[in-house]
Design a protein around this ligand. Structure first.
Ligand code: ADP
Ligand code: MG
Ligand code: MG
Length: 252
């Protein structure tokens, strides 16, 4: 689904990512760990194609297509979607209209999607304006549900979300990724088996989200260098026991 090879990325003339290689197969959820400032968000923004993130060398492939120089809207149309760590609030723009916009040509039922994201009460409020941390994240997830991307990039989805709401957020993320309990109950076993789960890259600083979603693999980003592709829970254990620097030294 996603393949990154030897990627070097500069922001404002400074090298932030150094020779990153990463592969996320179809249907897999990968976790990206790393301390503050290690370049996690930069990697996500570069995959999505935001301006200001200059690819100096290396390649990004998505569904077999080289998207390294592709504009952001084309990447979105191909099936990449992001949820930001701190999405902006927009005065006068109704959440309902943003969700419809995300759906584009897909005739999404906004009310139905909002029910899945537990967000019906917020459709007629201005986007993210005075939303709590948890509400902001649910608004991001609802927009992604409407867009329906095949690769979902989530930047620290649990940050600013209290313990009670993180359980709910976990459920919504599973629903979004096609691994929801509710989805499984509704579908016949055959339909469920044939329906592909989405691929995901989930950035986490604390690792809390791992209690609520199933991860196939984890990676550590340290000073712009990626290392340590292995079981996500094992990595989290290492980080808690030895710290990021030691993990990085052992893995590289
Ligand atoms: P993380 O998400 O792991 O906390 P970031 O990717 O946000 O890290 O940042 C990595 C480094 O890149 C930091 O040193 C940060 O200051 C720098 N950086 C990120 N975005 C910009 C920007 N727009 N302008 C200048 N420096 C930036
Ligand atoms: Mg950070
Ligand atoms: Mg970040």
């Amino acid at each position: 689904m996603l393949k990154i090879e030897d990627l070097v990325v500069e922001v404002e003339g400074r090298t932030i990512l150094n020779r990153i290689s990463l592969e996320i197969p179809e249907g897999e959820t990968h976790i990206l760990f790393g301390p503050n400032g290690s370049g996690k968000s930069t990697l996500m923004m570069t995959i999505m194609g935001f301006s200001g993130y200059q690819v100096k060398s290396g390649h990004i492939w998505f569904k077999g297509e080289d998207i390294t120089r592709m504009p952001i809207h084309e990447r979105a149309r191909l099936g990449i979607g992001v949820a930001f760590q701190r999405p902006p609030a927009i005065n006068g723009l109704k959440t309902r209209d943003v969700v419809s916009l995300c759906a584009g040509q897909r005739s999404a039922n906004v009310e139905e999607l909002a029910q899945k994201a537990n967000f019906t009460d917020f459709l007629d409020r201005d986007l993210n304006l005075n939303f709590s941390g948890g509400e902001m994240k649910r608004s991001e997830m609802l927009q992604l549900m409407a867009q329906g991307p095949d690769l979902v990039l989530l930047d620290e989805p649990e940050s600013g979300v209290d313990l009670e709401n993180v359980v709910l957020l976990g459920e919504i993320i599973n629903e979004l990724l096609g691994r929801g309990v509710r989805q499984r109950e509704k579908e016949s076993p055959i339909a469920h088996r044939e329906k592909k789960s989405k691929s995901a890259l989930v950035i986490t600083h604390t690792g809390h989200i791992l209690n609520y979603i199933t991860a196939d693999k984890g990676h550590v980003l340290y000073n712009g260098v990626l290392c340590c592709a292995r079981n996500a829970r094992e990595i989290l254990q290492w980080i808690r026991e030895y710290g990021y620097e030691e993990c990085f030294r052992c893995a590289s």
